[in-house]
Ligand binder design. Structure first.
Ligand code: MTE
Ligand code: CO
Length: 389
């Protein structure tokens, strides 16, 4: 609660004394009163923190850009600590001349700035068999959206010269996992970036410093961090991450493979279990929507579990393969609510219900769950993760 000494008509503490000088915070950090705004781990999800994930606090942020220090982290072998002077990017395989680049070399290519979301294919994966985690941070927090500065991968591949039979690339990370994936050459030449800055500053170590691959609209696993090598080949490598992992096991025992696109999805971030309703009357509902296939054209919201849908207001920039911010202002009379959002992307694709998704994909997979999320607002304003059919 508030300290009455600081409230009118008194002069508050901070108006009586000089504040800290300009040398106190050479690289700024948030106010101490924002200490609760942090990435969080779900301890029982993984056996160790080195091969694990933490989640973006979606209910605490606004706009479309994720602050660098709040971008969720997913590591297979912890955070590689790389001295950029010792870092190299090697291009080998079906190229005319194999090359090894220093960071300085990379910085001499023409660069571009693009805002893209990154979503882990396992985002919302714990919800396939029913409502489980209580908070949008945990159900939907494996997504972030930042502005990358980087070199189009096409320019780097062209420098090495592609052989005519080149069809695939295999980016590989410099972490202990040496994480790698097969990416079709068509995508590599289209819009992939070799990025070194996020939101204007150097990549954070957690996000792949000094170099990461950006694979717009496609599952986060392909965005190789600590990028050290790209092999060019004529067929996919069938690595661990595209066979045993990141395939979708269907009811009949077959697997969907190479399911790269992150389909259109949305979530209401406020209210949500970590952000209850605090008062009756006027309230602001807000959330995020995104599509790996383009922009988000429309977001509809319902307060009554789908009986009535109203179009939300998308505010701010609408950028290709970036998150979109939506708002819906409403009056709350204290009755229980069932909140949902449903996004439609620029291809006309409509975000499915969880039941629609399960009818096609079953419940064996932990990947690519883009179903409509339901929040139950109780009379006391508390919010819980539920499902309705
Ligand atoms: N790259 C390397 N080298 N090692 C990794 O563990 N994790 C992948 C991908 N790139 C990973 C990696 C996964 S599964 C995801 S979802 C994204 O990085 C997460 O990126 P972030 O940590 O910047 O959020
Ligand atoms: Co992932």
């Amino acid at each position: 609660g508030a300290n009455p000494e600081n409230l009118p008509p008194n002069v508050p503490d901070w108006s009586r004394y000089l504040g800290e000088g300009v040398d106190a915070r050479p690289y700024g950090v948030p106010s101490e009163y924002e200490a609760h705004v942090v990435r969080r781990n779900v301890a029982w999800l993984t056996a160790s923190t080195e091969s694990s994930v933490n989640f973006t606090p979606l209910h605490e942020i606004d706009g479309i850009l994720t602050p660098n220090g709040l971008c969720f982290e997913r590591h297979h072998s912890g955070i590689a600590e790389i001295d950029p002077a010792d870092h190299r990017l090697m291009i080998n395989g079906l190229v005319d001349k194999p090359l090894i680049f220093t960071m300085e070399d990379i910085m001499r290519f023409p660069r571009t700035n693009k805002v893209y979301f990154l979503e882990c294919a396992a985002n919302t994966g714990m919800e396939w068999r029913g409502a489980q985690l209580n908070g949008c941070q945990f159900t939907h927090g494996m997504v972030h959206c930042v502005m990358y500065t980087g070199v189009p991968l096409r320019l780097i591949l062209e420098e090495a010269g592609l052989k005519t039979n080149a069809k695939w690339i295999m980016p590989e990370g410099g972490d202990a996992a040496g994480m790698n994936r097969s990416v079709p050459l068509e995508k590599a030449l289209d819009d992939c970036l070799v990025a070194f800055k996020m939101n204007g500053e150097a990549l954070r170590p957690e996000q792949g410093y000094p170099l990461r691959l950006v694979v717009p609209g496609w599952e986060g696993n392909m965005w190789v961090k600590w990028l050290r090598r790209i092999e060019v080949g004529d067929q996919p490598w069938h690595t661990r991450e595209e066979t045993s992992k990141y395939t979708d096991l269907m009811e009949d025992g077959r697997s969907r493979r190479f399911t790269w696109y992150m389909d259109c999805k949305s979530v209401i971030t406020n209210p949500s279990p970590q952000a209850p309703l605090l008062h009756k009357g006027h309230n602001i509902l807000t959330g995020l929507a995104w599509s790996g296939r383009g922009t988000v054209e429309r977001v509809d919201v319902t307060l009554d579990g789908g009986k009535n849908w109203r179009t939300a207001r998308i505010d701010g920039l609408s950028l290709d393969k970036a998150v979109h911010r939506f708002y819906f202002e409403f009056d709350w009379n204290g009755e229980p609510l069932l909140l949902q959002s449903r996004a439609v992307d620029s291809t006309g694709y409509v975000q499915p219900t969880k039941d629609e998704l399960r009818a096609v994909r079953g419940t064996n997979s932990i990947y690519h769950n883009n179903g409509i999320q339901t929040w139950h607002v109780q009379q006391n304003g508390e919010v819980e993760n539920v499902e309705i059919s």
